[in-house]
Write a protein that binds this ligand. Structure first.
Ligand code: G3I
Length: 328
């Protein structure tokens, strides 16, 4: 197969990453082998989230996250830490706190978690999914109890704890120009004007052919370009953080859909080559077998990633490879 994606990405000075199910590192040798060979960045799909690292108020459980960080170190990969704060996924005990207690808990959490992995994390998703499709703040416990200033408080705490990590705000459904990305842009500009530490923005890019019921339809690539360009002008690093392309709602035979999927991966990556601050493209999983789409979200057969259920490279893999190899 020639050079791996990882080797080609290294030459371009960008990262190609995958969300990792840590349990599979010990259970599935092929999965682990693909990660080692093809990717130079990893993200814990779940094990750095509050519900996993913090089973209850007084317990921190770092075992799985440690395992992933050690795996990355051993294989010369960088880690995107995911995620320090996610308003809609905080544990029940946290949701019930008052404003002062909540801030104290955030402080304790960020100090402990970002502190433990100090100098080992390339970028932290400090904030995850703060906004709605309409460009409002999510009605989550943080917005309700602390208010929108939880954004800047969290970013400051993260910077104080690990000054080396790049600090990101990672947003769902803000890939192209829309109400959510407009608000995202406005708020990011405001944070920067107030000198709040923020180094980058993550565009998740969960999408799909046809009219997927659970994610946004394929965005127009030129529209995504316009969106990325405005954030680029703010000097922020830009990552695609969670890409997957559902094909279950597409048109045509399965093979035709795999080709359409490949075209989208190709076009998006080509476009990013024009964005000077673009540094990483991360797939939300390694192969189709374990993707959250079929296993958790829709429970339907799908094929959203670069490798199929048997770890064989798909047309999407070759499309990405071609762009990394040849450029535009
Ligand atoms: O492992 C248990 C299983 O034992 C149990 O039977 C089953 C019942 O529902 O749940 C299984 O765990 C689920 C796990 O996914 C399986 O992978 C959890 O309930 C479920 O909460 C978890 O969902 C994760 C979701 O975030 C919520 O945290 C997905 O794996 C993960 O892919 C998804 O990732 C998010 C990003 O963090 C942020 N952006 C969107 C993206 C997709 O939702």
């Amino acid at each position: 197969m020639g050079q791996s994606l990882r080797e080609l990405a290294n030459k371009r000075g960008i990262y190609i990453g995958a969300a990792v199910n840590v349990d599979l590192l010990a259970k599935d040798r092929e999965y682990k082998g693909l990660l080692q060979k093809e990717f130079n960045m990893v993200v814990p799909e779940n094990v750095m989230k509050w519900k996993h690292i913090r089973p209850d108020k007084n317990t921190f459980s770092f075992e799985k996250a440690d395992e992933l960080v050690a795996f990355a170190e051993g294989n010369k990969m960088v880690v995107r830490g995911h995620t320090l704060v996610w308003g809609t996924e905080m544990p029940d005990w946290f949701v019930q706190l008052n404003s002062e207690e909540m801030y104290k808990s955030l402080e304790e959490h960020i100090n402990k978690v970002a502190g433990r992995y100090k100098k080992k994390i390339y970028a932290w998703d400090v904030i995850n999914e703060a906004l709605t499709d309409e460009g409002e703040f999510n009605n989550d416990c943080l917005t309700r109890t602390i208010g929108p200033k939880y954004l800047e408080l969290s970013l400051k705490l993260a910077r104080e704890t690990d000054p080396n990590a790049k600090l990101f705000w990672n947003e769902w459904g803000a890939d192209c120009l829309n109400k959510r990305s407009d608000k995202f842009y406005e708020l990011v500009k405001e944070l920067l004007s107030k000198k709040i530490p923020l180094d980058g923005v993550g565009f998740q890019m969960h999408t799909g052919l046809g009219r997927p019921k659970t994610t946004t339809p394929l965005p127009d690539v030129e529209n995504v370009r316009k969106n990325f360009e405005r954030f680029e002008k703010l000097g922020l690093e830009i990552h695609i953080t969670e890409m997957d392309v559902q094909i279950q709602d597409g048109q045509g035979s399965w093979n035709e859909r795999l080709d359409q999927e490949a075209d989208f991966y190709r076009d998006i990556l080509k476009m990013t080559l024009d964005i000077s601050n673009f540094k990483a493209i991360v797939l939300w999983g390694v192969n189709d077998k374990y993707s959250w789409i079929s296993n958790w979200l829709t429970h339907n057969e799908d094929a959203p990633l670069l490798f199929d259920k048997n770890n064989k490279p798909k047309p999407a893999y070759f499309a990405i490879k071609e762009v990394l190899e040849k450029g535009k």
